[in-house]
Design a protein around this ligand. Structure first.
Ligand SMILES: *Cc1c(COP(=O)(O)O)cnc(C)c1O
Length: 415
């Protein structure tokens, strides 16, 4: 069940008088609450930390909030490292999980003292010969045929990420020889996964490796990183993952597998993005036109360039019309943007109330992989991001782009 929009219809009308649509609105209280629920679920793990995946919502004002709630940052590029640093994150609060990594990005991560999570065995040598290996190194594991993935992330066997199992053992032996003293193990095999057991199985897989790597390579793991990918209930019938059940099941495996092997304490960390901010972000858009041909269309002033998920992988996003929620939802429409692409649809054959020109629509669960995936195709400008603060005030944390921003990289003087 998607989260209700945090403002009344009247409050929304006033907000949209002040800030032109479309815009994103993030609910700070909701984000903080989710951060606390996740931390609470893993209270039994000494040093549990979620490294918020910056790519989900790369805004420093949001990073400061999740950092204040105890989260770190999971970065995959130079820009994300800069955002993490500007937001006050330091050293091992930053995880650098990259792939096919340019040297300059490794250097930037090393300069910040971030944890290097290597994606390939050849990068041991690459990093060692260029910037030198840090004291702590993590590897990303790709279980290949040993695990099935899910729709968004695909089959691990076909994924470009990570080490094979054999390479893991070889890699940790190499690290030891090269004088590395602290070790970690990471994997990421699911995305938007609503079955909590999936993460329990991931923990089982990593715990088993931790024990075998200790036996075979004499390497004692400091922490395992279960990755991100906890799903959110985009559809009205979806149920959120029960974090305390998930955590308790992992605790049971820890007691069965890690303690008897004498490998306690082993820290457990994650790098969720979507579940932290996704449900607390809303894309607000206004109805521009109606159209009645073979189907009925509601045209809005946001488009796929502002929220790509529905067009890209047919993702469902709940839509409400706050001023008309009490009216019968007896119209079946496609809700569309103005991009010259036929997959520019926020909803297909959706039951909604009668919508008039000028009505405000709310697209739910847009707080992760929403604005971040925006683009400028068709000359579309990225929209503003607003933060609803706990005291009820609204603060603009990113302005909308202008045509000058769009043309900033063109030389228009010599035409
Ligand atoms: C995208 C990504 C995440 C975050 O995924 P969510 O679905 O937002 O939780 C975490 N780790 C890695 C390596 C990723 O690529």
């Amino acid at each position: 069940m998607p989260r209700p929009f945090p403002l009344s219809a009247d409050e929304l009308t006033h907000l949209a008088d002040e800030y032109p649509t479309p815009f994103y609105l993030y609910d700070e209280s909701g984000i903080r609450q989710t951060c606390r629920e996740l931390a609470q679920a893993f209270h039994w793990v000494d040093g549990f930390r979620n490294f918020f995946a910056v790519k989900a919502l790369p805004n420093p004002h949001i990073l400061k909030i999740v950092h204040a709630e105890g989260m770190g940052a999971d970065c995959s590029s130079r820009a994300e490292l800069v955002l993490a640093e500007k937001s006050g994150l330091r050293g091992e609060e930053i995880m650098f999980t990259s792939n096919n990594t340019p040297l300059a990005e490794y250097r930037a991560a090393r300069d910040l003292g971030a944890v290097l999570n290597l994606d390939d065995i050849t990068h041991i040598d690459f990093v060692q010969k260029t910037i030198g290996l840090p004291e702590l190194v993590s590897f990303r594991y790709n279980p290949g045929p040993a695990r099935t993935g899910n729709v968004i992330i695909g089959r691990p066997e076909e994924a470009k990420y990570g080490f094979t199992e054999e390479q893991l053992f070889e890699g940790y032996r190499q690290l030891r020889k090269l004088g590395v003293r602290r070790f970690a193990l990471h994997t990421m095999v699911a995305s938007n996964e609503l079955d909590g057991n999936f993460f329990v199985e991931t923990a089982r897989m990593l715990f088993d490796l931790v024990v075998r790597i200790h036996q075979d390579c004499g390497v004692r793991m400091e922490f395992v990183n279960l990755g991100g990918g906890i799903g959110i209930p985009y559809r009205p019938e979806d149920r959120p993952v029960d974090l305390s059940v998930l955590s308790e099941n992992i605790r049971r495996l820890y007691d069965e597998m890690i303690r008897p092997a004498g490998l306690d304490p082993l820290r457990i960390v994650m790098e969720n993005g979507r579940m932290v901010t996704g449900p607390h972000g809303f894309l607000v858009t206004r109805c521009l036109h109606h159209k009645h041909i073979y189907r009925d269309y509601v045209g809005v002033d946001a488009c796929m360039a502002h929220l790509m998920r529905p067009g890209m992988y047919g993702a469902y996003h709940h839509i409400t019309v706050p001023a008309r929620e009490q009216e019968p939802h007896d119209r079946t429409v496609d809700v569309v943007g103005s991009l010259c692409e036929n997959n520019d649809k926020f909803a297909i054959q959706r039951s909604l109330p009668n919508i008039e020109r000028g009505d405000l629509l709310v697209i739910h669960d847009a707080g992760a992989h929403g604005h971040a995936m925006g683009f400028q195709y068709n000359g579309k400008l990225r929209c503003a991001e607003l933060l609803l603060q706990p005291d009820g005030s609204v603060r603009q944390i990113r302005r909308a782009e202008t045509l000058d921003d769009l043309f900033a990289t063109l030389d228009m003087t010599e035409l």
